[in-house]
Design a protein around this ligand. Sequence first.
Ligand code: 5MM
Length: 346
Amino acid sequence: MNLTELNRIATAMVAPGKGILAADESSGTIKKRFDAIGVESTESNRRDYREMLFRSREAMSQYISGVILYDETIWQDAKDGTPLVKLIESSGAIPGIKVDEGTQALPMCPGELVTVGLDKLAERLKKYYERGARFAKWRAVIDIGSGTDGRGIPSMTAIGVNAHALARYAALCQAAQIVPIVEPEVLMDGDHDIDRCYEVTQRVLNKTFQELRVQRVALEGMVLKPNMAISGKKCAKQASVEDVAEKTIRLLKACVPAAVPGIAFLSGGQSDEEATAHLNAMHKLGPLPWGLTFSYGRALQAAPQKAWSGKAENVAAGQRAFSHRARMNGLASKGEWQSSLEKKAA
Ligand code: 5MM
């Protein structure tokens, strides 16, 4: 393992003014997104859509540091035969790959999930590296709820097995000279308040870093992709932008060692503008010990998906919508965003 090189890539992924495009929707998820805009989820439509994003020159060269791909996409070529990975590289962004294989029900823990995909991962990583991937992603999913057996969710079992798998994956990535994005997502579904989210996320992050240490993962060669401390979507009392920013930074400072080069948030179902405003507000609370940016899926793609709607004549509009969101989040990653910039663009 060349840790200097892993650290260089991890640092580039969270460079100020840039962030990560999470375009790694699995087949089921992209179908849901396409259903919402009335587009059939065929292999060529998925390729055309992602090619549109990766050919968005302004977004890709100025505001996007890396792209997380799904297995299908990393092997796909653009319409003119250029591998999509090459399009990403030529824009100056780093190609990455989602390597988990989704979730399964966790035995003995009703309602809870464990992320799978460790079998043959070492071999898969080797092939992805040869194809150009320099970082990877594995997402664990932790729900907050009351549970059907009265024991409460999440259980220590779910937190423990998911942290163990995240660390196994991260160690395998580093051995393959690939930077692991470690994503333990505490879902914002549900009616819990921000303090409950804070408390659960703290337990999850502490356990995750404990496992990373036990399994000898080099913290200098990874990126953390966490949720923010935020109110559940159905909570009657929604925390303010300032509250989310203050509690998220307090939580991360308590749990994430300064050796970690960067933190890149998931958006988790927040609206586009909320996700941008939260990141921006966090940068008002600096200086921070790590790079802090975005790794958004929905909060970067909802607008371009709508503008594109599967029509070739809408490609330029889709690219404009993507570049706008990428620029807004790029500014937020430096604390330079203002809501008036959104209105001007509209
Ligand atoms: C883009 O969505 C990713 C893949 O999800 P599935 O495996 O469920 O299809 C997802 O992992 C994503 O990278 C993160 O959750 C962040 O995306 P959001 O939309 O929460 O910013």
